[in-house]
Design a protein around this ligand. Structure first.
Ligand code: SF4
Length: 439
């Protein structure tokens, strides 16, 4: 057993830098909670730190480039301060680290996502005191009334363009009890909305002995009194069962808000991506969602310029956007990620100029559709959870996930009724409806 003295880490000021998805952010929040439990303090300038952790993403080249630039800064700093402890964490770190060790000698520890123990050794803190695997007894300190809670780690799908399964490993669910305990703790500390996270969130539970599904988990979480809203992402069409959709529709605390990546509209491209569904199957899933929840907010992800994508394939992507009419589209031009199946086996044969042109066409379609959808909100009264204040202006989200700027004073953490006066393609604006602070 470590003594009280041995629990005090020698590196006491940490700088934690994070890029990438909500999973990465959640990992960083958990690591920060572990550091704080060991008595360490966060600093916002890298120069003031005794320990630096860079939590990286390799899904896009841009995110890797930002990490390289940080690593350059760390190399210079370490020359001035040889005692500086440095960890590189996240999706840039694979099973084998020999190459990384050669390239980045300024890094002391390479840690894959959620593999915090090596970092704990680096700061000489007792990792076992944080609860064991995934640190189930170490909770992130909530920064506001809406926060993220990972419920299933890893992914079993192996889409040809994606590095995630190689870096985050296979799906591994946390137990219902463990998640309920964490969310109850968060609710006591002011959290009113949780977003349940998984790479394919509906895969939740199939690896647990009693095989609860996402609906069972949301039912259990709905019992937590102070918690007012539950949402979940990212959805995977094949895993989204009717049973789960019924739970979303039936449970009043669960928001009608879906993040359902389609990636492409052509069956040839979907097959080449190994997405595991056809265009028709995806559209059927959308119909199922809208039959149960006609006003649901649905966002999606699109990749343009995938290897072999012809103009006809791309037209099918445009037509699926017109057919579904998504609330929001996250679009990216394909770039090969080292280590993926597409990088190994497919030629990146769509010219950069064609990719750029397709990307802009998707953005133009989406801008028009988002504006048309948001226009329908004008004049309505929406329930909004006030998540924060920017400048002097409070902001929050509707139950369908729309960002709302509020032109009236409103307390952070309150649930208010907002009359929408203005609709833009990316957000709404409105004023508090008199005497309608809901909670
Ligand atoms: S479902 Fe596909 S894109 Fe999503 S994390 Fe898994 S492999 Fe990557």
């Amino acid at each position: 057993m470590p003594t009280a003295d041995s629990q005090k880490p020698t590196a006491s000021r940490y700088y934690l830098w994070t890029v990438g998805c909500q999973m990465n952010k959640a990992d960083s929040e958990k690591l920060a909670a572990g550091f704080e439990r060991l008595g360490m303090k966060a600093v916002d300038r890298i120069e003031r730190a005794d320990v630096v952790v860079l939590n990286t993403c390799s899904v896009r080249q841009h995110a890797e480039d930002r990490a390289y630039s940080k690593l350059g800064r760390v190399r210079d700093l370490k020359k001035q301060k040889p005692g500086l402890k440095v960890a590189l964490m996240g999706c840039m770190v694979g099973l084998k680290t020999d190459e990384l060790e050669k390239r980045f000698p300024q890094v002391d520890v390479f840690a894959r996502p959620q593999q915090f123990d090596g970092i704990m050794e680096l700061v000489e803190g007792p990792a076992e005191d944080l609860g064991g695997e995934f640190w189930p007894t170490t909770y992130a300190v909530p920064e506001g009334p809406a926060t993220y809670v990972p419920i299933v780690h890893g992914c079993n799908k192996f889409c040809t363009y994606c590095i995630v399964p190689y870096r985050r490993g296979r799906e591994k669910s946390r137990t219902v009890d463990e998640i309920v305990r964490e969310v109850a703790y968060l609710a006591v500390h002011g959290v009113r909305e949780v977003t349940l996270l998984g790479q394919t969130v509906e895969a939740y539970g199939h690896d647990l002995p009693e095989q609860p599904d996402l609906g069972d988990l949301m039912r259990a979480l709905s019992e937590i009194e102070r918690l007012q809203r539950i949402r979940f992402l990212t959805s995977y069409p094949k895993d989204m069962t009717h049973r789960i959709l019924e739970a979303v529709a039936d449970l009043p605390k669960v928001m009608e808000c879906f993040s359902l990546p389609v990636q492409a509209g052509s069956d040839a491209v979907l097959d080449s991506m190994r997405r595991g569904y056809t265009r028709a199957e995806y559209l059927e899933k959308i119909r199922e969602v809208r039959a149960l929840m006609p006003g649901a907010g649905i966002t999606t992800d699109i990749i343009v310029g995938y290897p072999g994508e012809t103009e006809t394939d791309f037209e099918e992507t445009c037509s699926i956007l017109e057919e579904v009419r998504f609330d929001k589209v996250h679009v990216a031009a394909y770039s090969p990620r080292p280590g993926t199946i597409a990088w190994r086996k497919m030629e990146d044969d769509v010219p950069a100029a064609v990719k750029a042109e397709r990307l802009h066409r998707v953005e133009a379609i989406e801008l028009r559709i988002s504006q048309e959808i948001n226009d329908r909100y004008a004049g309505t009264v929406q329930e909004v959870l006030v998540e924060g204040v920017r400048g002097e202006q409070p902001f929050g989200r509707t139950r369908t996930g729309k960002l709302v700027h509020i032109d009236s004073p409103a307390r952070v953490g309150s649930m208010v009724a907002v009359r929408i006066e203005h609709a833009g393609p990316f957000s709404l604006r409105g004023v508090l409806e008199d005497a309608l602070v809901l909670a």
